[in-house]
Design a protein around this ligand. Sequence first.
Ligand SMILES: [Zn+2]
Ligand SMILES: [Zn+2]
Ligand SMILES: [Zn+2]
Ligand SMILES: [Zn+2]
Length: 416
Amino acid sequence: MNNINQQEIIDRKIVNDTTYNLVLCKDNGMKMKLWIPDYLMTNAKADENNRKSAEQNVPRPTSPQKNISSLEDKVNQIYSQLSRANDTELLELQKQIVKLNLKDLPTSQKSEINTMIVKMMRDYKTTQKTSPQLVQKLRQNILREEMVNKRRDQLSVLFCLEKEINLVAKCRKKITVENFVDLELLPFDFSYINANIAGADVSFLKHPPIGCDCIGKRICLLNNCCPEMFNSQPTYNEDGQVMIPSNMPIYECNKNCKCSKSCANRIVQRGSNIKFIIFRTEDHEWGVQAAQSIKKGTFVVEYVGEIVKRNQIDQFHHEEKQNHYLFDLNFNKEDCLYTINSWKHGNISRFIGHSCAPNLHAYSVWIDSSDPNIYHVALFASQDICNGEKLTFLHKNTSVSNNCKCDSCKVIVFQF
Ligand SMILES: [Zn+2]
Ligand SMILES: [Zn+2]
Ligand SMILES: [Zn+2]
Ligand SMILES: [Zn+2]
């Protein structure tokens, strides 16, 4: 912002007989809002007139006009210095500010900034000098003010996104969204969904071939219920924890079964009962942590997204990072016809990071589906998980990568 014409007045106020303009300054993609006293703004116009007068060979007015326009140059010089704040300095400031929640953010420094500008101008009028310390302090205050405003805006947007997510998710427990690492927001081209949606040319056939005749709540834990009829094994224990390994299929009771909706073989279909936090990791990615302890074998969340034909994915150009959001439905090894794509539509599982030594295992679950290739993917705790622990599962599309950067693959180099 080397001249005042690149600024836009967005508000005005009067304090102690001086009118201040809230000026939106733009430079190199950086935006700053500054309260600048009116007489500076007026003199910007006056200066413009002077320039025109000079062009027309009209003698320029002398003092005090000269003083004020030099002063204006000085302030503009400070502004241009501000926009040249180096990256390390801004990052350092950002690191401090993003650790703060809304209630801890410092109050506005605007009036202090204005006072400093006015003081600097007065000093200049009398001494024709500006104090470098004052310029430095003003510069720091303005940068800090800008960063605090950005943080405030970010927190209010994240708060709205969190509200939206909870409205859609209708989870039994609240999902929290946090970022104490940088100024990023959740992706805007992503919409939260609760259950899988069908992509192009995909239809969910909900005609399960069989159902059990169990009557009573517990009986579906025993033999002769759905799992056995589908040639699997009783799946859950009395506490609803999964007892079979993740390479075995889960057949939950379905709409043909005579048992009640609260039967013990209906865990995934009743939804998640875990408290989650979506958070920004130190690697500047989104991740999910458990906001409670979770016992081994507990159902954590279903991996949902848009179920699309696998060959359609191959037809489109996909950025590599988008592959991380695909979960291939290849339980029946010989062919993988479908994949769950959570890039644009998904639930909390979309933010759960990859690990080669994960604490969640993905199970293939059939409920009402009559297509062996279309099923639910359910994430269960593969070990006891502590409150605050980051949740991870093996992303099928990254497991083949040789240069995996997950926590369990980071190589520790010992130097002797
Ligand atoms: Zn049953
Ligand atoms: Zn049942
Ligand atoms: Zn059943
Ligand atoms: Zn890894």
